[in-house]
Design a protein around this ligand. Structure first.
Ligand code: NAD
Length: 474
């Protein structure tokens, strides 16, 4: 069985102080696949000392020097691209068609920061004074498993571009992805202590980062509940906090949209990454007059093309849930949907897809004629479960779109871009994608409103969250 029993601290692989070992089980086969050693407070303290020492000099680095460092990391990531993709497929069952997108997006994020350093002004005259934008300090990075290396690329490239140093705590479920990333960091020969990685439990290492007096900022991606715990815990040390949290994204189909084109796209956007995406378009809002037509297209598309199974198979579009606990959670929500009397099951349902007797495979499931007040329409499921919700007119569509505690991503489709833009204006979310749910732009800010989070990532807006303005007057 694969052993993951090293951390990356101060520029080298080190043996953990912690002795607790977690067994990881394959989501595809249910077989034990790896053991990961979890760190303790001593491991975290060693990593923070290294990051703090590195910051003392890195603080004074020039944008050009940071660019050179990022380029070395970028080269290593490109060389190990296939290993990074393989880890996504094996470890949490990311499907072969999605895994490259996740890794390439992360690589592109690093490139974007390199390019931004050509022009970014870290010192800005303002009237008779100057505003210096200084690195915030040591940054704690706490992330989930569902796109682990993408999150490391986007957060850490921004931190390095700003002149910060980092201590990363990935999810305990992404040990293989983390191992390849640590090897990339070693290969890139970054300055010692610039980027440190400690595996461990959320309650130990994640909480330790939140409380640590020598960490100035925490950037977190994960569930809203843990995000709230982190925000509360960060107050004592007045840490800067960026929180990328959960979502229940609406996808509004306007009445002039070409349903044969947009409904299959909408299903792809709902089930992306096996439904385990914060931006998954899990509420499909359609004109009530077109509900029957939408249902027919959706049912046929799922039955023909949404194959659930072994993610190695290139035809498969929906792989397993990451863990047994997550599988059971998805099953529980399907049960709730069946029990709530208002919705109709269009396709899918409880249990595994036909022919699959092991692994965490859910049936791609669609409920239609859903009332937006139902739990399956309000709560984040994080599995392949889509709600089709009818609306009477545009005003009602916007009201339904905004009627959840979340506000991360939204989608609008229309034959008229102008009409879609008008609707987009009134949606409460950090980002709205028009007409193509897979259109990705990593230069514009990404993040949530309401319970979806705090702060923004990507491009110059993301970089600004790793900088502290200091005004020089006189
Ligand atoms: P999670 O919140 O359970 O875990 C995320 C990370 O937090 C893990 O590393 C975990 O070990 C750590 N953690 C757990 N308890 C902690 C504590 N008390 N203090 C500090 N850290 C702690 O999330 P998950 O189940 O791994 O991931 C799924 C969630 O992430 C979903 O809600 C999803 O929407 C969200 N997510 C958001 C985005 C975004 O960009 N907004 C992207 C991906 C995932």
């Amino acid at each position: 069985m694969q052993q993951y029993n090293q951390f990356f601290i101060d520029g080298k692989f080190v043996q953990p102080q912690g002795t607790q070992v977690l067994e990881l089980v394959s989501p595809i086969t249910d077989e034990p696949m790896a053991q990961v050693t979890l760190g303790n407070q001593a491991d975290l303290d060693i990593a923070v000392v290294a990051a703090k020492k590195a910051f003392a000099t890195f603080h004074f680095s020039t944008p050009k020097q940071r660019q050179e460092i990022l380029k070395r990391w970028l080269d290593a990531l490109k060389q190990r691209r296939q290993d990074l993709i393989d880890a996504v497929v094996e470890e949490y069952g990311g499907v072969a068609m999605y895994a490259p997108f996740s890794i390439d997006t992360g690589i592109d994020d690093v490139q974007t920061m390199i390019d931004l350093l050509d022009t970014y002004e870290f010192s800005r005259p303002l009237g008779r004074s100057t505003v210096e934008l200084n690195p915030v300090g040591v940054v704690g990075v706490v992330i989930p498993w569902n796109a682990s290396n993408l999150f490391i690329c986007s957060k850490v490239s921004a931190a390095i571009a700003a002149g910060c140093t980092c201590v990363i705590k990935p999810s305990e479920l992404s040990a293989r992805q983390t191992q390849v990333m640590m090897e990339c960091l070693e290969q890139a020969q970054l300055p010692a202590g610039l980027v440190n990685i400690v595996n461990g439990d959320g309650a130990v290492i994640g909480n330790g980062i939140t409380q640590h007096p020598d960490i100035s900022k925490i950037t977190f991606t994960g569930s809203t509940n843990v995000g709230k715990t982190i925000a509360r815990g960060a107050v004592d040390t007045m840490k800067r906090v960026t929180l990328e949290l959960g979502g229940k994204s609406p996808n509004i189909i306007l009445d002039d949209a070409d349903l044969e084109q947009v409904i299959p796209q909408a299903i792809g956007a709902a089930f992306m990454n096996n439904g385990q995406a914060c931006i998954a378009a899990t509420r499909l809002l359609v004109p009530a007059s077109k509900l029957a037509q939408v249902n027919a297209i959706a049912k046929e598309f799922v039955e023909k093309y949404q194959l659930s199974g072994d993610p190695h198979d290139p035809r498969v579009t929906v792989g397993p849930s990451v863990s047994k606990a997550q599988y059971q959670r998805v099953q529980e929500y399907i049960r709730i949907g069946l029990e709530e009397d208002k919705a109709e099951l269009l396709v899918g349902g409880l249990g595994r897809p036909e022919g699959l007797t092991r692994g965490n495979f859910n049936r791609p499931t669609i409920f239609t004629n859903v009332d937006n007040k139902m739990r399956i329409a309000q709560e984040e499921i994080f599995g392949p479960v889509l709600c089709i919700i009818p609306y009477q007119d545009e005003a009602q569509a916007i009201a339904i779109a905004n009627d959840t505690p979340y506000g991360l991503m939204a989608y609008v489709s229309s034959a008229s871009r102008e009409r879609a833009l008008q609707v987009a204006k009134y949606i409460e979310s950090g980002q709205v994608k028009i007409n193509d749910p897979f259109n990705h732009d990593n230069k514009v800010p990404f993040g949530g409103v309401k319970l979806s989070g705090l702060g923004r990532e990507y491009g110059q807006f993301g970089l600004s969250h790793y900088l502290e303005p200091k005004s020089i007057v006189g």
